[in-house]
Design a protein around this ligand. Sequence first.
Ligand code: SAH
Length: 221
Amino acid sequence: MSSNFEDTYRHKGMRKQLVDLLRTKGITDENVLTAINEVPRHVFLDSSFVELAYQDIAFPIGSGQTISQPHTVAFQTQLLEITSGMKVLEIGTGSGYQACILAALGARVFSIERQKNLFFKTSEFLKNFPYRIKTFYGDGFEGYPSYAPFDRIIITAGAPEIPQKLIEQLKPNGMMVIPIDEENGNGQKMLRITKMEDGSLKQEEFGDFKFVPMLKGKGKD
Ligand code: SAH
């Protein structure tokens, strides 16, 4: 991760172009586009990769993990329909970029990471931002009962199934966005699950994506 927080006109210009690109790729929520325009993605990458920070690609961030592709971040965020003040649980803190986008929309973010080193590194790094983000080292399959219930839950790793404990931690009328593994082992399909007032679930499907796997248990390093 870069320790260089400089955000020059050139960075801002590249970010504006990324926003325009996301528009052409079907991101229509102006609040989401404004958040993408606000959060300097280049500071999440090593400074030698600044040129790549504003291309629409995923990128390795160490510990075998990736910062999600901007389109994927924007797409999941758009599906969540965040409004200011919502409590949002994120599974898979990773670089912290997605958490910052949620927080830039006014959400109070609770984010869980199972890899210890990444958890420590990103928790420190996020102190550089003015956002309301709490990070936790743990297994996302368990959620975070002591802060539940949540208005929204976002899973940013490919899940083998819908974690029942996360459904339990969702408020009535709450929504979860989760990429679920395809049966053919070829990536994930994006689902949005709404917990109805009576506790029943409404499920909608939104195309194919590729994530690193959601793994059970905490990582040791
Ligand atoms: N949201 C991240 C993308 C991270 S990639 C970003 O904006 O950069 C997915 C992350 O999920 C990885 O860091 C991985 O370690 C983490 N992960 C995988 N399984 C998990 C689990 N069960 N609980 C918490 N985090 C998990």
